[in-house]
Design a protein around this ligand. Sequence first.
Ligand SMILES: Cc1ncc(COP(=O)(O)O)c(C=O)c1O
Length: 465
Amino acid sequence: MSPVSPAQSPVDAGLLPLTAEEGPSGLAVGGVPLTDLAGRYGTPLFVYDEEHLRSRCREAVAAFGPDNVAYASKAFLCTAMARLAAEEGLLLDVASGGELRVALHAGVAPERIVLHGNNKSEGELRTALTVGLRHVVVDSFDELDRIERLVAGEGLPPARVRLRVAPGVAAGAHEAIRTGGHDSKFGFGLADGAAAAAVRRAAASPAVRFEGVHAHVGSQVLDPAELADGAAAVARFAVESGASRLTVGGGLGVAYVAGRSAPSFAVWAERVRAAVRGAGWQGEFGVEPGRSITARAGLTLYRVGTVKRIAGVRTYVSVDGGMSDNLRPALYGARYEAFLPRCPGAARPLRARLVGKHCESGDVVIDDAALPADLRIGDLLATPVTGAYGYAMASNYNKLPRPAVVFVRDGAARVVVRRETEEDLFRLDADGPADAFAEDLAAVPAASPAGTAAASPAVRHRAAV
Ligand SMILES: Cc1ncc(COP(=O)(O)O)c(C=O)c1O
């Protein structure tokens, strides 16, 4: 057998969900073959290994201690995910009224939810104070003003508060996800004295109970030293300011492609613990992992639709989703891998640009994908490690309905978010009632030239714009 070069080798098992296993019908996750899931639920499809999600939650709690881990729900949130995280003993970090609504709907107790955001509305703060969230991570003096107005004007109970600090340590894989530097929209700066002033103001305000400080330095951080540096800076400030609670944010990275590796929760905990102790902080501390809980638990299934070979240039392989279900490559230049679930162990000597179906040349899923040589139209293709910031950032660009999300476990699958339909695309459209689509189709005579069918008001309206 000829040796397979690393660039052509089969997909690395370290990129797959924990229960991934090859069987007679190809790769199965949670005991269900991926080809069956695509047949049953269609594509594109997000598939999450429930056992993997749960085991990541448990590992995090084991590393940091009970009540010290808040799942950063921005990475992936739906009712089932909020429930799963809560069942596994995690708090929930929400960053908007919408995320808060989902968490409450899922039955997560308000005292297990924390609220973030650099521009919280009065409505979001009112809900937080009314339902009694665990704490609010306050980001600005304007937010303190708003809380004071709500408490004084509406008689709401004082807010339990942690102040978000920009410690001057920025980490992370891309400028857009580095948050802890001085030049940041988030938090009170340490360097310019804003953080110290915020502590004085919060401690003196009857509208807040100042509990502690918080920092989140960035996301997709693979070097634990960077997370430890950020934690040390904020811990030092916590000690100086007499805070009784400390949160050091999320940010632990994951391996998206072979050859990269990410620290475990245990290593993250050990390094941060040493750093905060070194800074004089003797108490417990909280963390907010998002990506590191969900990314590798999830993968996306697509159907291959076209293969275009441009002699001397490259091959394009198009799938039935793209930047509307995975924005990260376009947004951050993020890299992924792909494989065919029917033959996960196959070598991947074919180099191709894997693209979506959107009207943008930048709609690239993988710039230089390694794929099996016998890839053909109609093949099911999977991109692993898409469980974080994929569905969460999904859109209806080009009016593509958003994919379904399924959780798989012990040989069974359950839909946790249903696929959008084309009718859903009219949901918010003032001139497009839910049944407009069927009416429009009925009104268009077969083979009539575009724009000439005027029987339905909706069609007339569209022709006019
Ligand atoms: C305040 C805060 N905490 C936690 C997170 C989660 O980060 P990650 O998904 O990298 O763990 C973020 C991400 O932006 C954040 O802003």
